[in-house]
Design a protein around this ligand. Structure first.
Ligand SMILES: NC(=O)c1ccc[n+]([C@@H]2O[C@H](COP(=O)([O-])OP(=O)(O)OC[C@H]3O[C@@H](n4cnc5c(N)ncnc54)[C@H](OP(=O)(O)O)[C@@H]3O)[C@@H](O)[C@H]2O)c1
Length: 330
């Protein structure tokens, strides 16, 4: 890729998160929103006007056939991530795909294979990994500033008023808290402690759709424990605390998009303010650009193996609570 050339983005699916992503993309000089695609041309046209996209398509396939696009951002429900990502790579596009990368580890492996086979850059849009507060506390913790971690407590919960056919509650679309928001606490613990030795989890399910509405998880390691929660039934504040033998770090709420953190050590609290650029998607976008310019097919900061480990952890959580998606039953 020519280093002076602007990187041309395409967006697939013009929903809630695509809107937010597009507003952050506009903050980055070297990015151009070249095309957006929706299943509905009127929706795509409106989205394109709102976000200054050069072109709008009324089908995803048309965008994949557009040879001017360098990288596609996939912002559709989880159940479609694998198929769309693989197709996009086969059509010669680099891909940034929303979290969770796929419904399960099996789909994820096929996507990672496709990236290797087609030599296209591929990354899960795990934006929190690139959040400035997360980046900084990772350095502090790796340098031993709070000693050895003994305990992590993180949650992500809010009350949803979505209907039973919505993306978040529909099992067909990969609904439930585990993949939608439980992925964040699971990611935080994985980032600092790796794959747990043992996972215990319990869920409470939706009466009609049977997706999980509340899930509590214990991640157990040699000498370390983490207690995690995801819920759609009440607000939690979205808090995260990391406790070490020499101090504690509290990411400021809501921690998945932290604008700072507090370090508590020797009975003193230091507060660090680290605002994100825009809503916070800009940081992962810049990572994609850096990887494309360096001709890499994966990020070292959030690698293919990291995504595979994370979805494998979530597979184990779902196994523990007895949650399978219809696609997994055939
Ligand atoms: N990183 C984050 O902070 C964050 C936050 C929220 C969501 N997400 C992830 O982003 C993805 C999309 O979430 P969202 O909240 O943006 O969802 P959303 O508002 O429902 O939008 C999803 C879009 O996907 C398209 N789509 C394709 N097939 C669909 C189907 N069968 N049913 C419904 N929509 C379909 C639709 O776009 P068209 O009608 O234009 O085709 C729809 O607008 C999810 O995987 C989610 O986990 C990430």
């Amino acid at each position: 890729m020519n280093s002076s050339k602007r990187i041309k983005w395409g967006i697939i699916g013009c929903g809630n998160i695509a809107n937010k992503f597009a507003s952050d993309l506009a903050l980055i000089d070297e990015a151009e929103l070249t095309a957006v695609a929706s299943r509905n041309i009127d929706k795509a046209t409106k989205f394109a006007q709102q976000h200054n996209s050069k072109r709008a398509y009324g089908s995803y396939k048309e965008l994949l056939l557009d040879t001017t696009i360098d990288i596609v951002y996939i912002a559709t429900p989880h159940n479609s991530h694998a198929e769309l990502s693989i197709k996009a790579m086969e059509y010669g596009k680099h891909v940034l795909c929303e979290k969770p990368l796929a419904l399960n580890a099996k789909e994820t492996r096929a996507m990672l294979e496709s990236s290797k086979k087609t030599n296209q850059f591929f990354m899960e849009a795990l934006w929190t990994r690139f959040n400035p507060s997360l980046v900084e506390i990772k350095k502090r913790i790796d340098h031993g500033e709070i000693g050895s971690i003994k305990y992590i407590n993180a949650d992500f919960s809010f009350k949803t008023d979505k209907s039973v056919d919505s993306r978040v509650l529909s099992l067909d679309l990969g609904g439930g808290t585990i993949l939608d928001i439980g992925i964040y606490p699971a990611f935080l613990v994985y980032l600092f402690l790796g794959v747990p030795k043992e996972i215990l989890a319990r869920s409470i399910f939706h009466e009609v759709t049977k997706c999980d509405m509340q899930t509590s998880m214990i991640f157990h390691y040699d000498n370390v424990q983490a207690i995690l929660y995801s819920g759609f039934t009440s607000p939690s504040g979205v808090a995260a605390r990391i406790s070490g033998t020499e101090g504690q770090i509290h990411l400021h709420n809501p921690w998945h998009v932290a604008q700072g953190y507090s370090l508590l050590k020797n009975n003193e609290e230091q507060v660090f303010n680290l605002p994100t650029t825009g809503i916070g998607f800009s940081h992962e976008i810049i990572e994609c650009h850096n990887c494309l310019r360096a001709h890499k097919i994966e990020s070292e900061t959030w690698s293919h193996q990291n995504s595979l480990d994370l979805i494998t952890i979530l597979d184990t959580v779902r196994e523990q609570v007895g949650l399978q998606y219809p696609q997994e039953l055939t």
